[in-house]
Write a protein that binds this ligand. Structure first.
Ligand code: PEP
Ligand code: MG
Length: 874
């Protein structure tokens, strides 16, 4: 390994860090050799060599051939056999070794070095012609599939035919005649498919061609496509390993297997796997061997099994991770062919990480880094088993909007969901979209499926907050509410039919899939508490109800980062009061209604303060245009008119004077408070009265924060601030108690970000509303642009949905500017994020890097956010 460009590297010259040069397999074989694991010896043709080959127009450099020759001689010496020798040949296994994970190339060529001519003397010297023919048949099969691109199944069909004719159920039991006829049939097949061409009958040419086929496979169109999709650089080469063959197919004392050093499903510390008698690795995937458990190996090969357990322990200790190990036993002797970090379920990932910390194999930091956020998401929500999903009938696909899984009868109204729930029937609420009025009923459903929208719409965020799984943006749905029918493509479902939805992958299934309960146990709590010790970013919850707040607290939230106070009016009783306040015919009626609103608010805030105790609770003043409460309220207009003794026309006129063409940019946010100061003062007073009451009751101070939405200038905030201060003094006098609070500004309009320095003169904290900020920065509606985002992603204009993952170059840059400008004015300015992005791991990483103090996400996302925040800091 001293040459500047290294083309070939013996196993004893490499190590695990050299994956760029040796590929994953080559590096792992070198590492195992280095630490004394019994690996069939060999060498690796490096990625440098393949790059030179591609650079030279797919020609092999003579220097490479020379190096291979010299390494081959070295290998002959180690093994004590000569390559090409007719009687005691050194046979080789040639395998491509990619430097990146996630790809199964499956192009190994076995028994290289055997020819039609040498197979007979080889058979004679072994005294076993069946085995020699089996080796030659394997060479033809593996060579032709790897180098000529022939389909494996063509060969499998021939073997299966032979097995059927000879009435045996394993290839291990084929006779000498069977093997002879296999070789013949293979030869005919290969010649027939390749214009008479057959595999080279000269061992050296065989070897070089096998190596070249390894290089070539890296340029195959399907692999190129995969590399492109995974962002693997075009010029990354591939390595090829060349190893002495070991023969799991040799005799009754031979076999092959795959094992895991710990159970990859449960995480139990117990070696498990499968062992196949008298077989080689390729037989496993083609079902040509009898499968058996590792226990069977103990009975047949006690010595090899004992060694294997030792090796597994050494490998796990060395790699400090669960390994999946491929091995062979050749006439009773154990050889390890491959080791790699094992794939595992979410449950196993948690258990093995925690166990390994306790065994002092890894540090807490490493354990936290090993857990993936998608695994955490999976662990805390109900889910379907993979087998059930695979076997179910998929009827539609949408956007996963809130994780979890649910089955239930189709219902089209929240009222229907409520009634069924009272009878213990689970439901999936199916609707075109969800209007604010429908939101309160959503909690009665087990899942929500909507045709329109994307994850950031109210429906999704509310569903997520309530732990209801949700799939949105499913354009194939047509809903005929009157007939009680749901059509998906040609299929028709009636109200009451069962469907199942997965909020993990957006899939909708026919019928009733079993829902598995969320996984919740000690090991999970332990790893999450370790994660907490590494993060500076605080994690809060977006909670509008005491239920959300309590759930979030159980999941580890450290406060409420956003309580959207308007949502407390999303039920008919309260919406009616709000409507009467807005349309009141006299100041007296208005005062009476505002007073009633205050009573509701005091009740809600009190509950939330009680749950959160001394933790911060950010309450946002009313945000939407109040005209949203007038939509679809025709019946109530009539009632109001008769209550107030005025004409229905008068009520309607007042309502239409409040109508806004574009509510998103209308009289909303802080503009509501400025237009209706009595409502704003009422909200502030409700917060202070609730805080004072809870402080008295708990003898501990709640920590309220008042958040003003949709601010565009410091002057707006200054006006609001005065009203809030007055409310605070009123409460102080009446309650004889001072309530400490902080006033903050949402930063969700680009102007607010650009004038953050001035806004910070009034605001003690910022909360980035990245839903509106993304909408306004990108000029993309947060509720109706799923189709644009989808097309833009297909056309590679957008990489991700900007409403799910922060657009760091655009929206992110504004945030960065605002934090900096804000802290220039007020160095201790606290800043957080409360848009949907606060639950997305990549966005959390960004928020951590730009110096935010907290993220505030949906209740169910709290554990994911805790882990992502820790990983951002490690
Ligand atoms: C936001 O805009 O990001 C936000 C949190 O507010 P809302 O979603 O209620 O508009
Ligand atoms: Mg907003």
């Amino acid at each position: 390994c001293i040459m500047e460009k290294m083309y070939v590297c013996s196993f004893n010259e490499g190590k695990k860090e050299m994956t760029d040069l040796l590929g994953l397999k080559g590096a792992s074989l070198a590492e195992m050799t280095r630490i004394g694991i019994p690996v069939p010896y060999g060498f690796t043709i490096t990625t440098e060599a393949s790059r030179k080959y591609y650079g030279d127009g797919n020609l092999v450099d003579p220097l490479l051939e020379e190096e291979i020759r010299s390494k081959l001689e070295e290998l002959e010496q180690v093994i004590g056999r000569r390559f090409g020798d007719p009687e005691r040949p050194l046979l080789l296994a040639v395998r491509p070794s990619a430097p990146v994970r996630g790809l199964t190339l499956g192009r190994s060529i076995l028994d290289v070095g055997l020819t039609r001519e040498t197979v007979e003397p080889y058979a004679r010297s072994l005294g076993d012609r069946t085995f020699a023919l089996d080796c030659y048949a394997r060479l033809i099969r593996t060579y032709s599939t790897a180098a000529y691109g022939m389909k494996k199944e063509l060969f499998t069909d021939i073997v299966n035919g032979r097995m059927a004719a000879s009435r045996v159920s394993s290839a291990a039991d084929l006779s000498e005649e069977d093997e002879e006829s296999l070789v013949q049939a293979y030869e005919e097949l290969v010649r027939g498919a390749n214009d008479g061409r057959f595999i080279p009958q000269d061992p050296k040419t065989q070897l070089m061609d096998a190596i070249v086929s390894g290089f070539d496979c890296w340029q195959a169109p399907e692999i190129r496509q995969w590399k492109k999709a995974c962002g693997v650089p075009e010029d990354l080469g591939i390595a090829v390993t060349v190893q002495a063959m070991v023969f799991g197919n040799k005799d009754e004392h031979s076999g092959t297997g795959v094992a895991f050093t710990r159970n990859p499903v449960t995480g139990e510390k117990q070696i498990c796997g499968e062992f196949f008698r008298k077989a080689q690795g390729e037989d496993i995937s083609t079902n040509r061997a009898y499968p058996g458990s590792l226990e069977k190996m103990t009975a047949a090969f006690p010595e090899a099994k004992k060694n294997f357990i030792q090796v597994c322990n050494v490998l796990e200790e060395h790699y400090r991770d669960v390994q999946s190990v491929e091995f062979s036993v050749d006439a009773g002797r154990l050889y390890i062919l491959q080791t790699a970090s094992a794939g595992r379920t979410a449950q196993a990932a948690v258990k093995t990480a925690v166990d390994m910390v306790e065994e002092k194999l890894i540090t807490r930091r490493e354990a936290v880094m090993r857990l993936r956020t998608d695994q955490v998401e999976y662990l805390i929500h109900s889910r379907f088993s993979r087998e059930d999903e695979d076997g179910a009938t998929l009827i539609a696909r949408g956007t996963p909007a809130s994780p979890g899984a649910a089955n239930g009868q189709i219902v089209f109204t929240a009222e229907d969901a409520r009634q069924k729930k009272s009878r213990g029937i689970s439901t999936i609420l199916v609707c075109r979209d969800i209007a604010p009025e429908g939101l309160s009923g959503m909690r009665y459903a087990d899942g929500v499926l909507t045709a329109a929208g994307s994850r950031s719409i109210y429906a999704a965020s509310l569903a997520g907050g309530q732990g209801v799984c949700c799939v949105t943006d499913c354009p194939d749905l047509t809903i005929d509410e009157e007939q009680g029918l749901l059509r998906i493509g040609d299929a028709e479902f009636a109200r009451g039919d069962y469907i199942s939805i997965s909020g993990f992958n957006g899939r909708v299934y026919d019928g009733r899939l079993t829902v598995q309960p969320p996984y919740d146990w000690d090991a999970f709590g332990k790893i999450m508490s370790w994660a907490d010790s590494f993060r500076h970013l605080r994690v809060r919850v977006n909670a509008d109800t005491p239920e959300d707040a309590a759930l979030a607290l159980r999941l580890g939230a450290e406060g409420v980062g956003l309580c959207r106070s308007e949502r407390m009016f999303y039920n008919e009783e309260r919406a009616a009061v709000m409507r009467r306040a807005v349309l009141a015919p006299s100041p007296a009626v208005r005062r009476e209604m505002v007073q009633k609103m205050m009573e509701f608010q005091i009740r809600d805030f009190t509950e939330i303060f009680r749950i959160m105790c001394t933790r911060p609770v950010t309450i946002r003043l009313l945000d939407p245009s109040l005209s949203v409460f007038l939509i679809g309220a025709e019946d109530d207009f009539r009632t109001m008119a008769s209550e107030w003794g005025i004409s229905e026309e008068e009520v309607r006129e007042r309502a239409s004077s409040l109508y806004e063409v574009n509510q998103t940019m209308g009289e909303r946010g802080v503009r509501v408070g400025i237009e209706y100061p009595d409502i704003l003062s009422m909200q502030a007073e409700a917060i202070f009265r609730a805080a004072a009451a809870v402080a008295r009751e708990m003898e501990k101070e709640p920590d309220p924060e008042i958040l003003v939405p949709f601010v565009v200038s410091g002057r707006e905030l200054a006006q609001v601030k005065k009203l809030i201060r007055d409310a605070a003094s009123r409460v102080r006098e009446e309650e004889e108690r001072t309530v400490e609070y902080r006033l903050g500004s949402m930063i969700e309009v680009p102007r607010a970000a650009l004038t953050a320095g001035e806004i910070a003169e009034e605001a003690e904290f910022f909360s980035f509303g990245t839903n509106d900020l993304t909408q306004l920065v990108m000029g993309l509606s947060r509720e109706g642009s799923g189709h644009i985002v989808r097309k833009y992603r297909e056309r590679k204009i957008l990489d991700r949905d900007p409403f799910l993952t922060l657009d760091q170059e655009g929206v992110g840059r504004l945030m960065m500017y605002a934090v900096e400008a804000g802290r220039k004015t007020r160095p201790n300015l606290k800043a957080g994020i409360c848009g949907t992005h606060a639950g997305d791991p990549d966005s959390i990483d960004f928020c951590s890097r730009i110096g935010l103090n907290y993220v505030s996400c949906q209740a169910r996302q709290v554990p994911v956010a805790r882990l992502a925040a820790a990983q951002a800091d490690i």
